[in-house]
Design a protein around this ligand. Structure first.
Ligand code: MG
Length: 402
């Protein structure tokens, strides 16, 4: 009998077998070209993973998405390399063992160092397949994986990350378009070298929309400057009431961020710097940030992200859910993760239509109150559009166990 997705009671460990994986590389045109301190692109080149599962409740398939960007501009991972490492190392490791649960994916891949985003795609695909077979939603699954035993939210605040614009007028027009759609939270990409000066850009948005939640993200673009120099360039942000400024300095510069955090009023959030649970602990210990951006892909999986959520929630550290210009496949899983009780700042969770004319899964709908309902259906809870995937696919390969 299929379980109801809302059933929060304990589940027996499923006795399932992963029978195969399909890797699908897709190339999707963006509705609007993307630019940030972590590079720019007009097409999303992504790796999808389809897991085939045989479970007591029947056969099921699930989808995961590798959030690595087309080029190694956010981290050293990129799509082409994710395809190679998946073919050569991740698929053989997972199909060579007897994989029966998504909880085993991370340990089965432990001997492959790095590549957290590629690993995340496999874990997400197996979670999705497992939960579709059991009729359980990903939000309730992740809430049960959390040690905090708190029920997930039924809707999450939507947020738009706005890419770098070359002109202030262009930026204001773009934000206005999102405000008209109903968005109430914005994170602006900033850079000391590109676009209007950050205090000017954020000041103009704040003046025009005083009530919105506003944040900034530099993607490490101030690397090379001292914390004192960065503080003087960004002191104009101090009175704008920003939720945070994300990753101003380099990804390994925890000490620099700790110094900067003492010099500016805007809370410092870290993203690229926090590649593991241990690095999050170190950053908090040093006072390098007071807000943590959680991305499953950066941390190596959704279950690893739950552990970081638990750590930060116990320490009463503010949490926001980060995004990587993903299709609806990963965004639906991110909405489920963002429904955990510790996420207390709006994250990069936008509705279907934000990035692509034709998305690959959905719908994720923006409600009039500026929230997106958390899918309650089995697995990630959204409909995966196989025909759209077929149209976007530029390469695919299937691997069967045994
Ligand atoms: Mg970021």
């Amino acid at each position: 009998m299929r379980r109801r997705a809302s059933d929060l009671s304990g589940l027996p460990q499923p006795m399932a077998t992963v029978e195969g994986f399909e890797l699908v590389r897709v190339r999707l045109p963006l509705a609007r070209a993307w630019a940030s301190g972590a590079g720019s692109f007009s097409h999303r080149d992504s790796l999808l993973v389809r897991a085939l599962l045989r479970a007591p409740a029947g056969e099921a398939e699930g989808w995961g998405e590798c959030p690595a960007l087309p080029a190694p501009s956010y981290s050293d991972e990129y799509t082409e390399e994710a395809v190679r490492v998946s073919e050569r190392f991740l698929v053989p490791a997972l199909l060579g063992g007897k994989l029966s649960s998504a909880r085993q994916v991370a340990s089965a891949l432990f001997h492959v160092k790095g590549h957290p985003m590629a690993k995340t795609a496999f874990e997400a695909a197996v979670i999705d397949a497992e939960l579709r077979a059991e009729g359980v939603s990903m939000a309730s699954y992740l809430a049960r994986a959390s040690e905090l035993a708190l029920p997930p939210a039924t809707a999450v605040p939507a947020g738009v990350t706005v890419g770098l614009a070359s002109q202030l007028g262009e930026l204001l027009d773009e934000v206005e378009g999102y405000v008209v759609q109903g968005y109430r939270s914005f994170k602006l990409k900033i850079s000391p070298a590109l676009g209007p000066p950050p205090p000017v850009a954020l000041g103009a948005v704040r003046e025009r929309w005083p009530e919105v939640v506003l944040a900034a993200d530099a993607n490490g673009a101030y690397e090379g400057l001292s914390p004192e120099e960065v503080a003087s360039q960004l002191s104009g942000l101090d009175d704008l009431g920003l939720a945070c400024i994300e990753q101003p300095l380099g990804e390994d510069d925890l000490v620099g961020h700790a110094r900067l955090a003492r010099l500016i009023k805007t809370p410092v959030c870290l993203d690229e710097a926090l590649g593991s649970h241990g690095l999050v602990e170190a950053a908090l210990e040093l006072g390098a940030c007071s807000v943590v951006n959680v991305k499953a892909g950066r941390l190596g999986g959704y279950l690893a992200a739950v552990r970081v959520h638990d750590l930060c929630t116990r320490k009463q550290v503010a949490l926001r859910l980060g995004g990587m210009v993903e299709t609806g496949i990963a965004r639906a899983a991110n909405v489920a993760l963002g429904s955990l009780a510790g996420f207390n700042l709006p994250g990069d969770l936008s509705a279907t239509g934000r990035f692509f004319e034709e998305d690959l899964a959905g719908p994720l709908m923006l409600q009039p109150d500026g929230t997106v309902p958390v899918p309650a259906g089995a697995g990630s809870g959204v409909e995966v559009d196989r025909a759209a995937i077929d149209r976007a696919a530029c390469w695919r390969r299937f691997f069967r166990a045994g």
